[in-house]
Ligand binder design. Structure first.
Ligand SMILES: C[S@@+](CC[C@H](N)C(=O)[O-])C[C@H]1O[C@@H](n2cnc3c(N)ncnc32)[C@H](O)[C@@H]1O
Length: 205
């Protein structure tokens, strides 16, 4: 469905996202809302680092475990609002298309900051706000088609109506930056993808 809805572009965006992560083979990385493991798979293509995938849904973790068969990759089941790791133990924390789904975004950001080592970075890839008025209108029209895809291909219109609603409700680039600042992150960098259909926020702990 991700391939269908984004015309395969989500793969390019995820690769672009992973290319920005500042790690090396000795790093320890936490991928929150790891889903079926796309981000960890891309990271491990380039680095031998220790990766922890963390997701609220055990079935997503099972999918990821089927797909990923590397040493030094572990999966943990739990909520981003209560991360079961000690403070300052990760060299990088990533979230790709996950933050939007967290029930308490501010609490999750607080937890991310707590587990990140000082001076290290949190990388977030998420749907965002299209800047150009005309493109924004086209994106809104396209959004109406997405639940129809869900109905036809997965017999699940509801899940994809939720997706569209969650994108609408999610903070835009500036609002998310404010939340990051409120949490205590600094040196925040925002990179728009396709004029803001998605955006990458990189923030330092
Ligand atoms: C759209 S998937 C993204 C998966 C993957 N990161 C990717 O980019 O393909 C969203 C994931 O967020 C997880 N999730 C939702 N709420 C969560 C929470 N509060 N804590 C941790 N994971 C959560 C879901 O279980 C799901 O696997």
């Amino acid at each position: 469905m991700n391939d269908l809805m984004s015309f395969g572009l989500h793969r390019v965006w995820k690769q672009e996202f992973v290319n920005l992560i500042d790690i090396d083979n000795r790093s320890v990385l936490l991928d929150l809302a790891s889903g079926s493991g796309d981000i960890i798979k891309l990271i491990r293509k380039n680095y031998d680092c220790l990766c922890i995938g963390y997701d609220a849904n055990i079935n997503m973790i099972k999918q990821a475990q089927k797909k990923i068969d590397f040493d030094n990759v572990f999966f943990v089941n739990g909520l981003a609002e209560k991360i079961p790791f000690k403070k300052e133990c990760f060299d990088a924390v990533t979230v790709s298309f996950g933050l939007r789904n967290f029930s308490d975004i501010q609490q999750s950001l607080k937890e991310i900051k707590r587990v990140l080592k000082k001076g290290r970075k949190f990388y977030c890839l998420e749907f965002s706000h299209v800047n150009n008025v005309f493109l924004n209108k086209i994106f809104k029209i396209y959004s109406h088609i997405i639940p129809f895809y869900g109905k036809v291909f997965l017999n699940n219109e509801e899940a994809y109506s939720y997706l569209v609603e969650s994108i609408k409700r999610f903070p835009n680039q500036i609002e998310l930056t404010k939340k990051l600042i409120k949490t205590g992150f600094k040196n925040i960098e925002v990179i728009d993808i396709l004029d803001g259909i998605a955006s990458i926020h990189i923030s330092e702990s």
